[in-house]
Design a protein around this ligand. Structure first.
Ligand code: KG4
Ligand code: ZN
Length: 398
């Protein structure tokens, strides 16, 4: 089964082609093609993601990236008797240039060997989501294949459950494409989803049955990393930069700035990160600018430690509450080494009967591979909604 997966929920335009094959007890996914364009540098001057710019960039790049992914997958065939794509296909495409780029693409390529399209339908930036959905639906109609809506956060959950190393070391000689095997895991599964737009603890009791256990009441953790980075004059996206500064501070033995751990002792699994960012702002208010390097290092370390402590405390509480047998971590902040190590220690020391799954670093950020996997798992177990696909702005999974 071949899947074309499309992700445009935020500032990454991503298209992947996956081949899914049943193994004895699991499924093996081969990333036949993977084309990703990050708009991060274009949004950098806004210090965050600017929705209409994201939409324009997705529109500009989707057809090219799809063509590139098909070529990489060896599924690209030039249309011999080019016929123009009928107008009726484009009823929902309002923008002229977008329409022209899709029409040119459809006229140039033959219908590829793809069984269905998986597309992110939310949560995310609504204009950005619509772009991917409209694109997927035009292709789906032109090629007469189904389009399956996928929840972005569900994609992040499954990204943690894709095992790469073992299977790749066996298969490397015969095939250079990256293969992922879906890990075997037990329910209940608890997912810790930490990204630029979300901070959630979601329990999955059985396939696709979710319950929200905790979430942020204000900023997302990645957003807090990005805002603190801005206070330190570090570029967007700020998470990796703050983390790099914190690592240098540790190496040099610099003391962390003392910062609060918001909601650490509240009797729930909710988070709050805006107070932490404000505490950094106040701490720096009377410090002479430009900030001395030692100050920046100390702030980065203090902030990363505080964010880590809150994540660990709330995850501990959620593990206790849900009696989870599996902890799956996903989202851009799941790339953070300090948080990964602390989660490893938490499971090893306090929850030895729970299995921890951290995503391969290549899959922590937004990507289309995780969308294709989620779409395939839903498709094969008949968990596909038959409602018309709409973009769900910020509505969450559970
Ligand atoms: O999942 P993602 O790529 O996009 C969203 O759906 O939000 O997450 C992006 C977020 C950004 O806020 C970025 O600063 C953060 O993930 N991030 C990190 C690290 N790498 C990315 N935060 C902390 N440490 C990192 N190493
Ligand atoms: Zn994401």
């Amino acid at each position: 089964m071949n899947i074309l997966a499309i992700e445009t929920s935020c500032d990454e335009t991503a298209v992947a082609i996956l081949a899914a094959k049943k193994d004895s007890d699991s499924t093996v996914y081969t990333a036949l093609g993977n084309a990703l364009y990050s708009q991060a540098s274009k949004h950098a001057e806004y210090g965050g993601v600017y929705p209409n710019l994201a939409k324009r960039e997705h529109q500009k790049n989707l057809a090219h990236l799809t063509e590139a992914a098909l070529k990489e997958a060896g599924l690209h065939r030039v249309q011999k008797n080019a016929v123009s794509a009928p107008d009726s296909l484009f009823a929902n495409v309002r923008e002229g240039e977008f329409r022209e780029s899709i029409a040119a693409f459809l006229e140039a390529v033959e219908k590829p060997n793809i069984d269905f399209i998986a597309v992110t339908s939310g949560p995310g930036l609504e204009p950005a989501l619509w772009t991917g959905i409209v694109f997927a639906e035009v292709l789906g109609r032109a090629w007469a294949i189904p389009v399956i809506p996928v929840d972005h956060m569900e994609g992040h959950i499954f990204s943690a459950l894709l095992e790469t190393e073992k299977i790749n070391s066996k298969l490397q000689e015969t095939n250079s494409k990256i293969k992922f095997k879906l890990s075997l895991f037990d329910f209940p599964l608890l997912s810790l989803l930490i990204s630029g737009g979300h901070t959630e603890l979601v329990a999955m009791k059985d396939w696709f049955q979710y319950e929200l256990v905790g979430e942020t009441r204000d900023d997302a953790i990645g957003e807090a990393f990005d805002k603190v980075a801005r206070l330190l004059d570090l570029p967007y996206p700020g998470g990796p930069e703050v983390s790099r500064f914190a690592a240098v501070a540790r190496e040099r033995g610099i003391l962390p700035l003392a910062l609060p751990r918001p909601m650490l002792n509240s009797a729930d699994c909710d988070f709050s990160f805006s107070g932490l960012k404000t505490a950094v702002l106040y701490a720096l208010r009377d410090v002479p600018k430009p900030l001395a390097e030692e100050v920046r290092l100390s702030v980065a370390l203090g902030f990363e430690n505080a964010a880590r402590d809150v994540v660990i405390a709330k995850t501990r509480r959620a593990l206790e509450r849900t009696a989870a047998r599996t902890l799956a971590v996903g989202g851009g902040v799941a790339a953070n080494t300090t948080i990964r190590e602390a989660l490893g220690a938490l499971i090893q020391d306090e929850f030895p009967n729970t299995a921890l799954f951290l995503p391969n670093r290549a899959l922590t950020g937004d990507n289309a591979i995780m969308i294709g996997v989620a779409g395939h798992l839903r498709n094969q177990s008949d968990h596909v909604s038959s409602e018309p696909i709409t973009a769900r702005g910020s509505q969450c999974l559970a």
